[in-house]
Design a protein around this ligand. Structure first.
Ligand code: HEM
Length: 144
């Protein structure tokens, strides 16, 4: 599936994506949709009773966490590498080490992300591929 391969295609230059190809970022609607996903993700976390222990381990203001998630997702989906430009290599697993992430935390995270994706990405086949890929990433964040 070309679209799936392109989801993880490396940008051609250090910071610029390959503008000759459409990729996941373009197909799902670009910047606006990514911002909406990051925003809705944290809305979900703040309003769902079952995700309150995940909310509780956050130390930064939610707006800052939302901004970082937005920047990361932009690059991860093949758009501008906003996170890397501002904060350096994502090294996500290392950055999550200070937080105790077990299956329950992972599942709470995925509940919020799945809901945000289903709300903002129109096509079910696009939702499915991204949910699958991000579930693998989330499982890799477990450190307990
Ligand atoms: C699987 C369970 C996960 C848990 C429990 C979790 C939890 C957290 C927490 C508590 C923070 C710190 C926020 C703060 O400073 O207040 C954080 C930061 C972050 N998370 Fe996660 N996370 C998970 C998975 C993921 C995944 C899969 C991604 C990527 C799609 C991600 C992306 C980020 C980013 C980009 C940051 C900001 C890192 C930084 O620069 O400090 N997280 N996460």
């Amino acid at each position: 599936m070309n679209w799936l391969r392109r989801l993880f295609a490396k940008p051609q230059a250090n910071d610029d994506r390959d503008t000759t190809q459409s990729n996941a970022y373009d197909l799902i609607g670009g910047d606006k949709v990514i911002r909406a996903i990051a925003h809705d993700f944290y809305q979900q976390m703040q309003t769902r009773p079952e995700t309150q222990s995940l909310l509780a381990i956050h130390r930064s203001p939610i707006a800052d966490s939302e901004q970082k998630l937005y920047e990361f997702l932009s690059g991860w989906l093949g758009g501008p590498q906003l996170y890397q430009q501002k904060h350096g290599h994502p090294a996500l697993r290392a950055r999550h080490m200070p937080f105790a992430i077990d299956e329950s935390m992972r599942d709470q995270w995925l509940i919020c992300m799945r809901a945000a994706i289903e709300k903002s990405i129109k096509k079910p086949e696009h939702q499915q591929v991204i949910i699958q890929a991000i579930s693998t990433l989330a499982d890799n964040m477990r450190n307990r």
